[in-house]
Design a protein around this ligand. Structure first.
Ligand SMILES: CC(C)(COP(=O)(O)OP(=O)(O)OC[C@H]1O[C@@H](n2cnc3c(N)ncnc32)[C@H](O)[C@@H]1OP(=O)(O)O)[C@@H](O)C(=O)NCCC(=O)NCCS
Length: 160
């Protein structure tokens, strides 16, 4: 299953500077650079490589501004990660990107899930604004220095 790119780009049309496309292997170096610049525990190059067919890119100014990894299986979609390059954060791009992704989910998808660190207030606020609600917590789910950090599981109903 894949995002409906035509629908996604229809949503972006109002801001004509941006577009979304599926990633290809040649994009990996740039995806990896954004991952390393935005995550304290970045995915390895190999992990990003293995997810390439589930990776979508936000393009603007003729370059990569962000990426998201979305796995879709039957009625469920899961956002594995979303990142906007540091200099472009806080300008509404994460919100625009995720709004367009939600619009482009295949019609069969009924629930959209994600997991986020309890300390990632910025991402949690964004997800709340886009209609995700907390449905569970996973104790000690993430590595955090020498310790562990809990995850919040959030879900958005795509179909009523
Ligand atoms: C999380 C992330 C994708 C959000 O993208 P963004 O482009 O910075 O977010 P936006 O500018 O669209 O802001 C959307 C909402 O996020 C929240 N937000 C954004 N910047 C914020 C800040 N500096 N402080 C607090 N909240 C903030 C706000 O709720 C904002 O809505 P508002 O402008 O109405 O207040 C981005 O910050 C990022 O790449 N972070 C690092 C990677 C990461 O943590 N990914 C999530 C892993 S689950």
């Amino acid at each position: 299953m894949a995002l409906n790119i035509a629908v996604v780009n229809q949503v972006l049309k109002r801001s004509q500077e941006y577009s979304i496309r599926q990633a290809v292997i040649e994009d990996l170096a740039q995806i990896s650079a954004i991952e390393n610049n935005t995550s304290s525990y970045p995915c390895s190059y190999q992990q990003l490589h293995d997810c390439i067919e589930s990776t979508y890119l936000l393009i603007g100014d003729n370059r990569l501004l962000g990426f998201a990894v979305i796995v879709m299986v039957e009625k469920q979609a899961e956002l594995h990660t979303i990142a906007i390059e540091p200099q472009k954060q806080g300008k509404g791009l994460g919100s625009l990107f995720l709004t367009a992704i939600v619009a482009g989910l295949p019609t069969a998808v009924e629930q959209f899930y994600l997991e986020v660190r309890v300390s990632n207030y910025r991402a949690i606020r964004l997800y709340h604004q886009l209609g995700f609600n907390k449905i569970a917590e996973r104790k000690d789910y993430y590595r955090d220095g020498l310790g562990r950090e809990d995850a919040i599981v959030m879900a958005k109903q795509c179909k009523l």
